[in-house]
Design a protein around this ligand. Structure first.
Ligand SMILES: [Zn+2]
Length: 266
């Protein structure tokens, strides 16, 4: 019988083995199974030491740890029995932003730089830190849910500012442009914008909710707005500048279009 712990544990970040220095990897069988009309690839890893079957899901997809002699039919039966869980968790990992429905709660994972991180609230001086693949939110009164959420938003914005500032400095330098001012927004439909002020300087506005997205997507938006510092339009010269700063911009642009409105409402 599969214990719940085995199912749940790997969701709190990558399995420990992935963080260790590479050792000789056990051979993996690649297989495919149909679940609810969807074709799902998975890997089976056999070990002589193992006595039970275990399922894990992480960024690499579905993996089964199995005793050396486990029957293929038993493995498939196990996956079928947990089909709903497997499909839901795969969806979460592939699209962390989907995990967060509109009614996001403090008990949910929070997409953070493209990874779904569990949030832990603890008493302490207000702060937000990542530790051991978890987001640790410290607030003076963790029991006060309203206050906790309000603090969370402030701290998330602070983190976003620090993260985006560093990216902005990098892309402005790469573009040989002076460092623009950064303003954070929470526009529903806009990731970023670039404006020129009266003194001829630039101000770039970035949506702080991008902190939920993968770093490569944030980089794309930053590169895009930095390119606007010289080209205030979306003409060919603008896109050429974007490409110089961010060569894979077409893929990122498409991905960002699909991302809109899929972020959690914290
Ligand atoms: Zn633009």
């Amino acid at each position: 019988m599969l214990r719940l712990l085995q199912l749940e544990l790997p969701l709190f970040g990558l399995p420990r083995e992935a963080r260790r220095a590479p050792v000789v990897q056990a051979a993996e069988e690649r297989r495919r199974i149909m679940l609810d009309g969807k074709s799902i690839d998975y890997a089976v890893r056999r070990s002589a030491k193992r006595r039970t079957l275990g399922l894990t899901i992480d960024t690499r997809g579905l993996r089964v740890a199995a005793p050396a002699k486990a029957k293929h039919a038993d493995i498939e039966r196990l996956i079928h029995r947990h089909a709903a869980w497997v499909l839901a968790k795969l969806r979460e990992w592939q699209h962390p932003e989907h995990a967060a429905a509109r009614a996001w709660s403090l008990a949910d994972t929070l997409p953070w730089l493209g990874r779904a991180l569990p949030l832990k609230v603890a008493p302490g001086k207000p702060g937000l830190a990542i530790f051991d693949d978890m987001l640790i939110l410290t607030v003076p009164r963790p029991d006060d849910e309203r206050e906790t959420r309000a603090r969370l938003v402030l701290l998330v914005k602070q983190s976003a500012r620090a993260d985006f500032s560093a990216r902005l400095a990098r892309y402005a330098a790469a573009f040989d442009a002076p460092l623009p001012q950064l303003r954070l927004t929470r526009a529903a439909t806009r990731w970023g914008s670039c404006a020129r002020d009266a003194a001829g300087g630039h101000r770039i506005s970035l949506n702080w909710r991008m902190i939920h997205l993968a770093p490569r997507l944030i980089d794309y938006v930053v590169a895009h707005e930095v390119a606007h510092m010289r080209h205030m339009h979306h003409g060919p010269r603008f896109w050429a500048a974007v490409e110089r700063l961010y060569p894979d911009y077409l893929a990122a642009r498409d991905e960002m279009r699909r991302m809109s409105l899929r972020l959690p409402e914290i």
